[in-house]
Write a protein that binds this ligand. Structure first.
Ligand SMILES: [Zn+2]
Length: 410
């Protein structure tokens, strides 16, 4: 009995074959995959880990597919398949990879540039389609997060959440990720995952009195893991957002990032509440800051200008969201060489508005797509994110342009 499943993901068709690959099954497989290739021109990846018998007909089908596609990629061939390829002298005729993910990475990057995988446990907090105001949502997330972090098994919860998130990314055809971790617990599973990209250790401090401690905690985690970077996965730093980071922390952390040349990520200009608070010191976020007795001074400028004044833009950070921006902000982002991540589904669910994607692209600012965490997004599938972006920016940005944003490696 032969079982074949096909997953079509952008530039790739991933085919999982299990059981016997012989006779009529091999002919049927060839016909189906040849048609798929001729229609989609997508790279063919064959996961052969479950094949327990490969006949002459099966081998012939693989050779014909190799000739047709010019480059058939075999992922994790079983011992039985390896043996047959060796005996027939064909083991060098095909490109082999240890895993389907390694094979996918050899084709093209598929990047989800903004996740918080350790928050995969928080899917129940994701607002329904009608949305929830940003500030209300983040207050709920902070409360739920504190409850989990006070529980005895929180490291297990976060670690399992990160592992489940990684599995969801790979299932969705992702090869590169930009992940944020506040606990440091997603670092090790990401280094082991085979995904490339950056995992950013997060620091925030709404009060000056905790700035040093928060900086040192993040630095310790970064220094513990940086020497263990591998598989194209790097360690970076993220300062959460302008309204949660005291200038004392900005100063220390930016000096450190500059000296160590760390990849840097910042949430910025995400919500109308953030914009109004930073620009005018008013609105719901101003009330919130007063309630928690934050001693971050109001900068009375736009979120992006504030980052520039702090010296953060000069470090070319990856800016998450960048929805609440004007033409001058976009020009400053472009001039700094910074990049942005567009997360339209999270923006819509958190009532943050539409990022002016067409203006960023007109200024040649590098734009990535990201799903954000499951606490504000219905899935970790960046292809679904792209579909929403196509609908949201219809008439402003073409679908082809949006699809290309997926394939920019981080
Ligand atoms: Zn985020």
């Amino acid at each position: 009995m032969t079982q074949v499943t096909l997953k079509r993901r952008g530039p790739i068709t991933l085919v999982t074959v299990s059981g016997r690959l012989d006779g009529t099954a091999a002919d049927a497989l060839y016909r189906e995959l040849a048609q798929d290739y001729e229609t989609r021109h997508a790279a063919l990846l064959l996961d052969l880990s479950g094949v327990d018998y490969l006949s002459g007909a099966g081998l012939r089908a693989l050779r014909r597919l190799n000739e047709l596609t010019d480059n058939l990629r075999l992922a994790s061939p079983s011992d039985r398949v390896r043996e047959v390829l060796q005996i027939s002298g064909l083991d060098t005729a095909f490109n082999h990879y240890d895993t389907p993910l390694a094979a996918a990475r050899s084709v093209n990057a598929v990047t989800n540039a903004h996740t918080h995988l350790e928050l995969t446990w928080a899917a129940s907090l994701c607002p329904r389609m009608a949305g929830q105001p940003f500030l209300e949502w983040i207050q709920g997330l902070v409360r739920a997060n504190m409850r989990v972090r006070e529980s005895a098994d929180y490291t297990t919860v976060f670690r399992h959440a990160a592992e489940a998130g990684i599995a969801a990314l790979i299932e969705a055809g992702t090869t590169h990720v930009g992940d944020i971790t506040a606990s440091g617990l997603s670092i090790e599973p990401l280094l082991e995952s085979g995904l490339a990209g950056v995992v950013y250790m997060e620091a925030l401090a709404p009060w000056s009195k905790i700035a040093d401690e928060r900086f040192e905690r993040a630095r310790d985690v970064i220094e513990r893991w940086r020497s263990k970077e591998r598989n194209g996965m790097r360690i970076g730093l993220t300062l959460h957002a302008p309204y949660t980071v005291h200038p004392d922390l900005w100063r220390k952390a930016l000096d450190y990032a500059r000296a160590e040349q760390l990849p840097l990520c910042i949430h910025v200009a995400e919500s109308p509440e953030e914009y109004q608070y930073l620009k005018a010191g008013t609105g719901a976020m101003a009330v919130h800051q007063a309630n928690i007795a934050s001693d971050i001074p109001v900068p009375y400028t736009t979120p992006v200008r504030y980052l520039e004044d702090l010296g953060a833009l000069a470090l070319k950070p990856l800016l998450a969201h960048a929805v609440q921006v004007d033409a001058d902000d976009i020009r400053r982002i472009q001039a700094s060489g910074s990049q942005v991540v567009h997360c339209p589904r999270s923006n819509l669910r958190l009532c943050c508005g539409r990022m002016p994607l067409e203006q960023f692209l007109a200024q040649s600012v590098p734009v990535y797509l990201g799903t954000d965490s499951l606490s504000s997004s219905p899935s970790l599938d960046v292809f679904e994110e792209a579909e929403t972006a196509v609908a949201l920016h219809h008439g402003q940005v073409t679908a082809e342009t949006i699809e290309r944003l997926l394939y920019r490696p981080l």
